[in-house]
Unconditional design. Sequence first.
Length: 279
Amino acid sequence: MQTVSQNKSHGGTQGVYRHPSRETKTDMTFSVFVPEHAAGTRLPVVTYLSGLTCTHANVTEKGEFRQACAELGLIFVAPDTSPRGEGVPGDPANSYDFGLGAGFYVDATEPPFATNYRMWSYVTEELPKLIAEQFPVDTTRQSILGHSMGGHGALTVALRYPDRYRAASAFAPIVAPSQVPWGNKALGGYLGSNKQAWRKHDAVALIEDGARFSDLLVDYGDADGFLTEQLRPELLKVACEKANIPLTLRRQPGYDHSYYFISTFMADHLRWHAARLKA
């Protein structure tokens, strides 16, 4: 693992790191904030999955999470959203919603994407192991959150690993990718036309198929231009009600899809996580 940069912030260390990934067969860059802590202490870890077009840098620079993490004693991990580098295939039309910056947190099975686009295994297996080896984390206290495509990722990861993650939340997530244009394009392109294979990467479908989680927190802005076509939080509300999954679904008046929205409610989400990550 290579250190790209380190900066002191709120008493802790904000670092950016790079490593050769076994899963994506590329170098992957991620950021980690480690708050000030007593020597030998192991801290809970929150992983944040970003949305379409993003790298680790978007939330690292705009997410405004460090003060809350310093106060709550949380390590904050932010991976990239796709493999990158020479020879990594992207969208043939260079669209923003598929390929580079749009890995959708799946392990692709369709050529030419199957070789590199293994973001599910990267964020659920390879990166957590690396973080545990390199940083002072308590692996029994993990949680996950994300935004948009990353909200989709966080919800599906939590629903499939409910014993690993003690908390899960999302900002403006794509809750039912099988039923919206972004998801149809991504899941079809990465996983092929068999929609049964899509269901394990669709939060609403996972819940319909029996997946459960202790409780979920989801915020969305009612001025979000993607709300009615791509996000459709009402589908998650119905699925959680039928499955008796406690869902705190908050409509935030006037907020859009941007980091102005995310940063406003980031500390709320981190407090939610911290309450569920207590030793």
